[in-house]
Structures are given as C-alpha cells and as structure tokens.
Design a protein. Structure first.
Length: 506
C-alpha cells in the first residue's frame, strides 16, 4: 500500500499528541514558506490540517501544497479574508478536536494518492454446472441467463479469475444487472488466504437489498476472492457488469470529492469538480474511451488554473458515449449547471471539451449548455457510422461502437445506424449556437467518423458562431500526440486571449 502524506500547520506537533496508523506520515510545520514544498519533493500532500490561522505569506505555499477536498481546519482557524479564499478554493472542511484521532485512525486511509477502478471482464464469466437453461453473450453489454433457476438459491455463474483483496484496503463493488420480477439473485464472495486454495478468510452473501447500494469489502487479510452469482425462480437475468474500485469510503469516488450518480436502471455517471482560482471560465472535460475506470485528464485540466469539471462514465467496454435514457442524460446537464451556479458563471463563461469519445459528450451536451467554446480533438458525431465502419472498414478495432448501436437501438441493421446518427444530428440542428466558437482538430483519413468535421461545419448555421479547424494526416488513432498538442495549444489560447489568463494580463 502507498504511503499517505499529511501536512500539519500549527503550534503543536501532532506526532507527539496523536497515534498515526501504519503507512501514514505526518510532516509538522510551525511556519510555511516557499521552500516548504521541498520537504515533499514538490508534490501536494494527500491531507492537510490547519490548527491555526495561516499568515498572509503562507497562503500561496498552502495553495500549492494542498489538494482539493483534503484540507481540514480546526476551531483555531479563523476563515476570513485570504484564508476564506483558500478554504473555498480547496473545499475545506471543519474538524473538531475530539474527532482528530478517529479521523487519523479510520478515515485517513481513504486519501491514498492513486485511484484504481476496473470492470471484471464478462468474457471471464463461466456457467455453473447444473444450470440447464439458455445462456447468451451479447457483445460486451451482458451475459443473459434464461430458464428455470430452482426454488432455492443456487450458483448459476461465476468469474473464472479471482479478485485480489489487499489487507487494509477497502474495495467498492457495484453489480449492474437486469432481471425479471420472478427471478431473485444474490452475490456470493469467498476470500481465500494468499498462497492457499483451501484456507477461507471470509465469506459474504449479498441479497438484492444489499445490492441496491455499493458493497464495501474491508478485508482483514490479503487474499484472492472467488465471486459467483446465485439465483432462484424462473425467467431472464442479464448480468451486465461487476465493477471493482478502491474505495474512498464516504469521501468520494475515484478521487476525494468525486461524485457518483446512478439511475433506477443501475447505470452510473461520475464527475469531479475543482474550483481552481474561482475565476472564469469553467472548463468541462469529458473522458474518452478508457477501460480502466476513473477520471481522465486531471493533471491536464488542473494545469489550466481555472475551475474545471471532469466527467466520466463506466458503461460497456470503455464508455457508451454519454447517451441513454432521458433521465440518464439529464444527469450530465445537471452536473454542469450545478457548478455553473456554484461559481456564479453564465453559459458564455463555460468551455466544453473532449477527445475522441469525449467529443460526443461535449457536443451533445453543448446543445443544452450553449457554451462560449467547444474544443475538440478527433470528433465523433455520427456514432451509427462509427459502428457501421467497424463492420465494413475497421473490423476488430473499436467493437464498443457495435455494443453502443445495439444497446441504443436494439439491433445492428441499417435503420439502427441511421437512427443513432439522427439522435445526435436532430438535437444539434435545433440549437441556436449564437456566438459559440468551435475549435476542432481532426484526422483527414479518420476511419471512425470520416465526415464529422465537414458535417459539423454544414450544420452550424447560427449567426455569430465560428469554426476553426486543423486536419492532420492519418486514421483516427494514427497521430494522437499531434491532436493532443494542438488541442492543448488552442485551449490555452482561448484561456489567455479570451479570458485574460495570459502572463501579460493586468
């Protein structure tokens, strides 16, 4: 496990007052200056506690040395003036003196530096002996079991490969599934001691009431967990996904402060907000295709210096283009508007952005937000065409596109292709883009959505809207480095020239 690093500022050294758990290091500072960062190799601390009001000259070092959502202040701190600004920028929280020891003992472990999240592969689901019903794998969307499951719970499927549980780490498990009302299910987990095939460390059974929420496993010993699905009744069960993530306890998802939204269909969406310097614009970044779960672009967006919002989703293999039911799509609109309202920003103080799959989210929800700028790299708009190209021109390169087509439209036929394309263009065409700027880098021989750039130009007819693009030679994934460099250069250009964030600003 990684070491968790804590900075404590005050008149008393907490190393002499409180007990620290293993793998927790507390650096005490009576006073901070510009050289204090050297103690931690220039990196921000995982946690920071203020036990006195910081001096004016300590505000800048503290801003650099603390992470958002990881700053805690005691009753000895007066949150006024620049200290109030620091607390707002870092989303500081009050902590009572009587809670400090408990927090260090029980909660500090959730502030580890590196997040982790993955989906246990559907290809590794095996059918239990004795189940005589029908079983069907539907791409990377689900495994469907149908038939008679019996009057009592019995195993119908399991994952061939065990999950690793590390002593002292808490794991979040979330099961995505859909079933007929006549079917009841449970999730059964047996942990074996590391290096043993017979020593059982723990055994858990979770029923449907338990599965309504994320399951948290706090293993008392390092080992490997065998996971299986049990069912009873008669009908159909769709096993969609089992997500495994390092837990943040009650402090967020993936990152401290990360937010999770889930629909009644068990579909998840996540966002993470940092206030930056509280000045416009709010930069929103939609993650691209990624099989490891979590937020993309954290350091890139943090480097901008302004408020930013990261958005990601874990459906299918690597994402499902941020579209779904009306309730699911409204989640993303509400996310963005929530932080616009918190900052007091208008839509012309918002920039939406993304790369590849993330461009779809930026464009699609740009129709609702109508931002000042939309900055894109390798745009994808006609997802139906992306799926069709997987069948005819790009076999085996991006099969998730076929899963999206089937998931959204029910089949892979030509009518489904056109319907999925229309889902985007019908919404896009009905928007008055006003003075929105579209800044797009694209591949000239793109084998995902070959006509995205030209189609966007032809559909942007609003007076005052502008499009600025740069085409690079190659297929969709041939020059990601060149696309990202152009994307970043023009992102910074918008911030510097249009929002006064250049070095020469007054």
């Amino acid at each position: 496990m990684e070491e968790i690093r804590i900075l404590q500022l005050g008149e008393e050294d907490w190393n002499k007052i409180y007990r620290l758990p293993e793998r927790v290091r507390l650096d005490y500072a009576e006073y901070l200056d510009g050289s204090s960062m050297k103690k931690n190799a220039g990196k921000p601390y995982d946690l920071c506690f203020l036990n006195r009001t910081p001096r004016t000259e300590e505000i800048t070092p503290l801003y650099k040395m603390t992470k958002v959502y990881a700053l805690f202040i005691t009753e000895n701190v007066e949150a006024a003036g620049q200290t109030a600004w620091l607390c707002r920028c870092k989303k500081a929280q009050r902590i009572k003196k009587t809670e400090i020891q408990r927090f260090l003992t029980e909660e500090a472990r959730y502030y580890y530096p590196k997040p982790y999240g993955s989906k246990i592969n559907l290809k590794d689901v095996a059918v239990a002996q004795g189940f005589s019903g029908q079983v069907k794998w539907n791409g990377n969307h689900d495994v469907t079991f149908e038939g008679e499951f019996g009057e009592d719970f019995r195993q119908i499927g399991y994952w061939r490969y065990n999950a690793f549980f590390n002593q002292g780490e808490v794991i979040d498990l979330w099961l995505e599934y859909s079933k007929d009302t006549q079917v009841s299910i449970s999730l059964e987990i047996t942990e074996f001691a590391s290096g043993s095939i017979s020593e059982v460390v723990a055994h858990w059974v979770f029923d449907e009431t338990d599965l309504q929420d994320i399951i948290q496993i706090d293993s008392i010993k390092t080992g490997w967990a065998f996971i299986s699905i049990c069912a009873k009744g008669r009908g159909k069960l769709q096993l969609i996904a089992l997500h495994q993530r390092k837990s943040r306890g009650s402090h967020g998802y993936f990152l401290p402060g990360g937010e999770r939204y889930v629909t009644s269909d068990r579909e998840e969406a996540f966002c993470y907000f940092e206030p930056g310097d509280l000045k416009p614009p709010l930069c929103v970044y939609f993650s691209g295709y990624k099989t490891m779960e979590g937020f993309e672009g954290y350091y890139m967006m943090k480097g901008m210096g302004c408020p930013f919002l990261l958005i990601t989703e874990p459906r299918l293999e690597g994402g499902a283009f941020y579209i779904g039911s009306a309730k699911y799509e409204q989640i993303y609109v509400d996310m963005i508007q929530k932080y616009m309202n918190e900052l007091g920003f208008t839509n012309d103080q918002v920039v939406l952005s993304g790369l590849s799959m993330g461009t779809y989210g930026a464009l699609y929800y740009g129709c609702d937000i109508r931002p000042y700028a939309v900055i894109l790299g390798k745009p994808l708009a006609s997802v139906g065409d992306v799926a069709a190209n997987e069948r005819y021109h790009r076999p085996g390169v991006f099969p998730t596109s076929l899963d999206v087509l089937r998931y959204q439209c029910g089949n892979l036929g030509e009518e489904a292709v056109q319907a999925l394309n229309a889902k985007f263009w019908d919404k896009f065409e009905g928007v008055d883009w006003g003075n929105t700027r579209f800044i797009i880098s694209y591949m000239l021989e793109d084998d995902y959505d070959a006509n995205a750039y030209q189609m966007l130009i032809s559909h942007i007819q609003s007076e005052g809207a502008s499009v600025y693009g740069k085409g690079l030679r190659g297929r969709h994934n041939d020059n990601t480095g060149g696309i990202v460099n152009w994307f970043l250069d023009h992102y910074k250009k918008v911030l510097d020239e249009d929002f006064g964030r250049g070095r020469g600003k007054k």
